[in-house]
Design a protein around this ligand. Structure first.
Ligand SMILES: CC(C)(COP(=O)(O)OP(=O)(O)OC[C@H]1O[C@@H](n2cnc3c(N)ncnc32)[C@H](O)[C@@H]1OP(=O)(O)O)[C@@H](O)C(=O)NCCC(=O)NCCS
Length: 216
């Protein structure tokens, strides 16, 4: 039927949200295929490539990776309004997933948590933009999406990333020894951080003004 949502659109809680999310300085919205070049501009930089899971080495290989529908569905652009117009300065991954559960209660554990990920154009680093974007995303997870847990992992050597998680108040749940294989061939330590909804006040920190656009 023309105009009817596909089964995927109909059940995707992220697609149904009233984007964008508005922070004090940045906005977050779903990526589109038209963002590929803007994202590639910073994803191609060696210090960004160093720690991210997948690092294509040319735009020719990055674009098909970026526009793959299942990836685009969990990727969100961090947008800053510059004097010459809006600019994509980073991206956030928000992947809703099932919790581990015993067989008899698996249904109750479906789509109750999210894995988060991020990268930022280094030209915009050191000003708290990534922190603001992750806070907004966690607000969304524990607010409108009503999830019970968020988590994120990184290499232990990726100090800017785990510093960001600690700045936000995420809890270090794991520092594992030699568990993560870096593309250099080295087995590195890994870290995992998490937060439960009960540990987060939507809109925190107090007075920050972080709110979901439709509620402001
Ligand atoms: C991880 C990453 C996003 C962190 O970037 P960042 O610039 O440190 O993060 P923010 O934008 O939140 O800025 C925080 C810094 O700005 C400072 N800052 C300035 N104004 C601030 C504000 N208003 N609010 C918060 N922090 C502020 C903070 O003190 C902090 O600096 P510090 O680490 O020296 O203390 C970035 O390093 C990155 O993209 N890395 C490559 C990709 C990557 O590793 N992804 C994760 C894979 S697991």
């Amino acid at each position: 039927m023309p105009g009817a949502p596909t089964p995927e659109e109909g059940t995707d809680p992220l697609a149904a949200l009233p984007w964008p999310l508005r922070g004090e300085r940045i906005e977050i919205r779903p990526v589109t295929a038209a963002d590929a070049e803007a994202v590639w501009r910073y994803r191609r930089i060696p210090e960004v490539q160093e720690w991210i899971s997948t690092a294509p080495t040319s735009f020719g290989s990055f674009r098909p990776y970026f526009v793959e529908p299942s990836r685009m569905a969990v990727e969100f652009a961090i947008v800053l309004e510059e004097p010459d117009g809006p600019r994509v300065i980073g991206d956030i991954m928000l992947k809703i997933e099932d919790a581990w559960a015993q067989t008899e209660v698996q249904e109750a554990g479906r789509a109750v948590q999210a894995e988060l990920g991020w990268s930022l154009d280094p030209a915009y680093g050191g000003r708290g933009y990534a922190t603001e974007a992750v806070r907004l995303t966690i607000d969304l997870c524990f607010g409108r999406l009503d999830l019970r847990r968020v988590h994120a992992g990184c290499f232990a050597d990726n100090e800017p990333s785990w510093r960001l998680m600690e700045r936000i108040g995420m809890r270090r749940e794991e520092h594992s020894r030699g568990t993560a294989l870096h593309r250099s061939g080295r087995w590195l330590d890994g870290m995992n951080y998490a937060l439960l909804a009960s540990e987060w006040k939507v809109g925190a920190p107090e007075g920050s003004g972080f709110r979901i656009a439709a509620e402001s």
